[in-house]
Design a protein around this ligand. Structure first.
Ligand code: ZOZ
Ligand code: NAD
Length: 704
């Protein structure tokens, strides 16, 4: 195995290089390696200063996140990074940290233990631990406020976002930006400071003085709002407050106590699962590794509605020219107007320059013809959700698209194979299911048909990354992964109101569980007419006598299509603020009474269990059917596409956390009460329970 840490001499400067690909994480052996190299450098009389640098594309991306799971499982002792960092700071010879790429988490903690920090112009530094449900554990909460000030440290440790080199220098986190060769610049800098007394971050207390207690109270209140239900941001604030109240050693002890508390939390396990899950979904078992993706230089979209417009923005944002075709001038103008408005809002918020907006708008060509489609590498259909229309369009595309162009559909439910059969090139057909609003939502569900070629699958998955999305691969069935699971979720939400819960109670219970919005609020936002159309199309295929929700169709018959109509499950004012709608409540009651449904008091626990266990049971079937490759694919789909709380790890991880025997028992209870048609436990769930296994064991087996 290659050495994790190397020591070389550049004249009178020692250079310690960390070489632990891909991101120089502080895996076992790295801190020890730095320590031993430093000891050698200090003992060497020919050396006057030390530079620490990362090999490859980055400095240090933090602790090795894989180790955390082992610590929690009791397979590894606690990490002890702090003593090594104290040794760096206590070095009598100056230690210059030379940072390119990222210094994140433990990486920034290592950097702050050095006496100086120099940065490459594109470097970034940050304390992203909260995103993993933990806090800095090697004095980050004690050293960062000493360098950057308490307010900035609070911001960086609670939002977890990195900052750029220039800001790091102006805040005092780093000393200077090196233009040109970083190592050369760092060595020259080290020579300049050699022989001078070494500044120690832990002894710099000026920025800790006179901080009003209100600063922490405000930070806590903001974090409660912004990071609903999360403990780690609060713990990070506690640790930074400790830095202002205790000496450095006591502050570090307090930080370690808080670090251990959060490390063992279910929030941290879930967020760490999400971190690796987000990366795991890109790995597709069974696809040859050496496939060359098709290069996407030009794109075209059919339909400039809600989705077509958002998808066009994705391409423009990635610098890819895109044509948008409509049937008539009016919808085309409306679509382009929406795109322009969306960009203008971002400019007004200061998140985009006018110049960048103009460049992006210039990449989008609106038109009523197929002109230029023959040059597109990918054509995405985003017209109404009607099979006949989609087939007609794919038939037309066949004649226009160049050979080798990907023919994608944004359908949310329809059969990809049936659409593909409308062309003579089914291998080129794929579902690229964007989520609304497509310019914002991070999920891209890539749907493979039975004929979709490996090149097309690989390209579509890679396209997700190019467009800044997380792409998950799904198989072809009604609703694929995400919307198929949504069916029992929405169904139960509606049954619950028919059985006596109020619309507000159902929404609030699911919001309190952690969902971004309650299910009936989502329905109102998306538009009740969408589900109505789908239900009408599916009605002939439904099992006769099966209990179906009764109220949604009635709301639609009255034109209560949700937010856009000002009324749906709730009432909406001109600012789209909801309030309870007595007319809806009366309609629910009369409908339930007429259907002979007994109304009763329903607990929030029942609401959560029926909605979430409905999702989980269908998720297990989806795994069994091979529609989802792994449980983690479902988790990531739900976190990024449906507002499932990442700190619960996604529905399948949540089921593992609750315990599959408990989940099964509750589903069996629902089966007895509400019938086998709706609640028969998924055979995979029963099998895993019988074997004493979890969904995550299923994933391990899949990965071999
Ligand atoms: O990978 C991106 C990133 O953001 N990584 C995570 C950074 C982070 O969260 N760091 C904080 C870690 S926690 C910490 O450091 C706690 C702490 O305070 C230490 C305290 C010690 C304990 C004291 C106890 C008392 C990054 C921006 C770096 C790179 O992005 P890219 O898009 O270029 O690449 P990715 O994300 O695809 O990553 C490439 C491969 O590297 C794996 N990886 C990344 N960061 C890792 C890591 N593996 C372990 N540990 C990390 N910190 C990543 O999973 C991916 O692997 P493959 O197998 O999918 O290729
Ligand atoms: P929409 O009604 O907002 O837009 C559809 C657009 O397609 C309209 O502007 C219409 O004029 C245009 N159109 C119809 N026939 C056309 C043709 N032959 N040529 C060119 N343009 C044509 O619909 P939407 O919400 O954008 O949905 C589009 C697709 O995306 C559907 O398949 C839908 O199921 C799917 N989808 C929608 C959402 C959502 O939340 N809205 C989310 C994911 C997927």
């Amino acid at each position: 195995m290659a050495e994790l840490v190397r020591l070389t001499h550049h004249g009178d400067v020692a250079v310690i290089t960390i070489d632990n690909p891909p991101v120089n994480a502080l895996s076992p052996g790295v801190p020890e390696g730095i320590d031993s190299a430093l000891k050698q450098a200090v003992a060497d009389a020919s050396i006057r200063a030390v530079v620490v640098i990362g090999a490859g594309s980055t400095f240090i991306a933090g602790a090795d996140i894989r180790e955390f799971g082992k610590i929690v499982a009791g397979e590894r002792p606690k990490l002890t990074l702090l003593p090594y960092l104290l040794a760096i700071e206590d070095s009598p010879k100056p230690v210059v940290m030379a940072i390119h790429g990222q210094a994140l988490g433990g990486g920034l903690e290592v950097a702050m233990a050095g006496h100086y920090r120099v940065l490459a112009a594109k470097a970034q530094v940050g304390q992203p631990e909260v995103k993993l449900g933990i806090i800095p554990g090697a004095a980050g909460t004690q050293r960062l406020p000493r360098l950057a000030g308490v307010v900035k440290a609070l911001e960086m440790c609670t939002d977890g976002n990195p900052i750029k080199a220039q800001e790091a220098v102006s805040l005092g986190i780093a000393d200077k930006i090196i233009e040109g060769d970083l190592l050369e610049g760092a060595v020259a800098f080290a020579r300049e400071v050699a022989g001078k007394p070494v500044p120690k971050t832990r002894e710099r207390n000026e920025k800790l003085q006179g901080v009003a207690p209100a600063v922490f109270e405000t930070a806590r209140a903001q974090a409660r709002l912004k990071y609903r239900g999360l403990r780690a941001p609060q713990a990070a604030i506690d640790a930074i407050e400790a830095a202002t109240k205790m000496d450095f050693t006591a502050g570090c002890e307090e930080e370690a106590r808080l670090f251990n508390e959060v490390l063992f939390s279910s929030e941290a396990q879930a967020l760490i699962h999400s971190f690796f899950g987000e990366r795991a979904v890109g790995k597709i078992p069974g696809l040859p590794k050496d496939i060359k993706p098709i290069e996407i230089r030009r794109a075209a979209i059919i339909g400039a509605g809600t989705m077509g417009g958002g998808i066009a923005m994705n391409y423009a944002n990635a610098g890819i020219p895109v044509i948008v075709k409509e049937t008539a001038q009016e919808p085309l103008d409306r679509g382009m107007g929406l795109i322009r408005n969306n960009y203008a809002k971002t400019v007004a918020r200061g998140r985009l320059t006018q110049e960048a907006m103009d460049q992006r708008m210039a990449l989008i060509t609106p038109q009523l013809t197929y002109d230029g489609f023959e040059q597109a590498d990918i054509i995405t259909e985003a017209v109404f959700e009607k099979m006949e229309l989609k087939k007609q369009i794919f038939g037309e595309l066949e004649k226009i698209a160049k050979p080798g162009a990907i023919l994608a559909t944004n359908t949310s439910t329809l059969d990809i194979d049936e659409i593909a059969a409308a062309t003579s090139r089914p291998t080129m057909v794929v579902g690229t299911h964007f989520f609304s609003p497509a310019n914002v939502m991070k999920l891209l569900e890539v749907v493979r048909g039975k004929a979709t070629s490996p090149e097309v699958i690989t390209t579509a998955m890679g396209l997700g990354k190019k467009l800044g999305k997380v792409a998950v691969l799904a198989g072809n069935c009604h609703g694929f992964i995400g919307n198929r699971m949504l069916e029992p979720y929405f169904r139960e939400a509606q049954f619950l109101v028919e059985e006596g819960a109020s619309v507000e109670q159902v929404n609030q219970a699911m919001y309190d569980f952690g969902m971004a919005m309650g299910p009936l609020a989502v329905d109102d936002l998306a538009g009740l007419d969408i589900g109505w159309l789908i239900r009408k199309a599916r009605a002939p295929h439904m099992k006769p006598g099966l209990r179906v929700p009764l109220v949604a169709d009635k709301l639609c018959e009255q034109g209560r299509f949700g937010q856009k109509a000002g009324r749906g499950w709730s009432k909406y004012d001109e600012n789209r603020r909801p309030s309870p709608d007595p007319e809806t409540a009366a309609l629910i009651e009369s409908t339930a009474r007429a259907a002979g449904i007994e109304r009763r008091v329903i607990s929030n626990e029942e609401i959560v269990d029926r909605c979430v266990f409905g999702l989980i049971n269908e998720g297990a079937r989806i795994m069994e059917d091979g529609i989802a490759q792994r449980a983690v694919d479902i988790d990531i789909t739900y976190i990024y596409g449906y507002g499932f709380p990442a700190w619960r790890g996604g529905p399948m991880f949540y089921a593992d956390t609750v315990g599959l025997p408990k989940v099964l028992a509750r589903i069996e209870e629902f089966e007895k009460k509400h019938g086998a048609d709706l609640w028969t436990p998924a055979p995979l769930l029963e099998k895993l329970v019988a074997e004493g296994k979890k969904f995550k064991d299923f994933d391990k087996q899949k990965e071999g």
